[in-house]
Design a protein around this ligand. Structure first.
Ligand SMILES: [Zn+2]
Length: 392
């Protein structure tokens, strides 16, 4: 009986013929590298989401669907979250004698709930990351770990934006619509719920994704702020960028260049907004160079072991196995494997079991990669971008 179940599970994790064909096809394009390179990219670091366990429970009782998927357990990384992750990475060594490394894409600011409240909701205000972390109970070493992680080449912070909310859309829901669900989340200093009872919110987490053309000038400004803050906290300009949640307009590439970004991670098939409800389709491949001379990378493997509640991923019971298959296809086509693995997988601040699972599975993944491909090299997004650029 047990054997049958395991066989059933394995089948669940297999790709369908159609999926396999699509993965092979998408890996066939782009620059080839005859080295086995693995990059682990992780979005959302520095941003708030659920502020605490109490916030999670209160919002859930109020009808905000925080329990609908794993992102309800996502919150600002605590000192313990960072310490545990960095320790796990330092347990392993690749063929170059160096440890696996994460490239976290970071938000440098968050909404300043108190300032907004004190101004009686008359104007939006944001606060930089160091102000946010002082409002949290176990987070004072956050920036210390980012910097130490960078020095030790275990954690190589790059840019995800200023705050992880689209200021205009969030403000409309919160203030203009005076939406009760959004007000409740605000009360708990949290963002992220996509639904309140039956009401589904528009995507207000896509910070740099405009719906109207006249929003675009403000997005340039937001990106410049993000670049300045990054430089302030990390001591150098950001080199790599991935947009938060939804595609950014093409015009922002110039501002990204201006703030120092030379490597952009994008979806293979990107539908980006022109504003006013118009969109344009774009195909991307690893090593593509855009009009500003920036190099494009694409993610071709996915590792979200704490994931639940997302209907298209419900059949995945073994993320390690699935991720190994994706890496294997990338290597077959002489492409670097760029793994997407969001912060939520490593956060135990709201729910310790969430982090336990994510860390356990990460250990299993790293061990399996090193066993299967002893010649593997773990790289940062910046290093891979430079390697690709030199091949251009
Ligand atoms: Zn994100």
């Amino acid at each position: 009986m047990k054997k049958q179940n395991q066989a059933g599970k394995r089948k669940m994790n297999n790709f369908t013929y159609k999926e396999k064909l699509r993965i092979h096809l998408s890996n066939s394009f782009g620059k080839t590298l005859r080295r086995k390179i693995v990059v682990i990219e992780s979005d959302d670091w520095g941003s708030i989401r659920t502020a605490s366990r109490a916030a999670y429970e209160a919002m859930s009782r109020f009808g905000l669907k925080v329990q609908a998927n794993h992102y309800g357990f996502d919150g600002l990384e605590s000192d313990e979250d960072l310490e545990i992750l960095l320790n796990v990475l330092s347990e392993f060594k690749d063929s170059t004698g160096r440890a696996p490394v994460f490239t976290p894409f970071c938000n440098m600011a968050n909404p300043d709930f108190e300032a907004i409240e004190n101004a009686n909701f008359s104007a939006y205000a944001f606060e930089s990351i160091d102000k946010t972390l002082r409002k949290y109970p176990n987070h004072t070493k956050l920036l210390h770990y980012w910097q130490q992680g960078e020095r030790q080449r275990l954690f190589s912070p790059q840019l995800h934006g200023r705050e992880h909310i689209h200021v205009g859309r969030w403000w409309k829901l919160l203030v203009e619509d005076n939406d009760a669900g959004m007000r409740e989340a605000f009360k708990w200093r949290s963002v992220g719920a996509s639904q309140w009872h039956a009401k589904i919110y528009p995507n207000y987490l896509g910070a740099l994704h405009p719906t109207k053309k006249d929003e675009i000038p403000e997005l340039h400004k937001i990106l410049e702020d993000a670049g300045d803050l990054y430089k302030h906290y990390l001591g150098h300009a950001p080199e790599c960028f991935v947009a938060p949640n939804a595609a950014e307009p093409a015009e922002l590439e110039a501002t990204l260049k201006k703030i120092g970004v030379n490597t952009i991670t994008r979806a293979k098939r990107r539908v980006y907004p022109l504003g006013d409800g118009q969109f344009k389709k774009e195909w991307n491949w690893p090593g593509k160079i855009n009009a500003h001379g920036q190099v494009i990378l694409v993610r071709n493997a996915f590792f979200e072991p704490v994931c639940f509640g997302e209907p298209d991923k419900a059949h995945i019971t073994d993320w390690v196995d699935r991720c190994l298959k994706q890496i294997s296809i990338a290597f077959l086509w002489n492409k670097p494997a760029v793994i997407s693995s969001h912060r939520v997988n490593y956060i135990g601040f709201i729910e310790p079991k969430n982090r336990e699972k994510g860390i356990r599975e990460l250990r299993r993944l790293l061990k399996a990669i090193l066993t299967k491909w002893p010649e593997v090299e773990f790289m940062t997004t910046r290093e891979l971008g430079e390697l690709m650029m030199n091949k251009a």
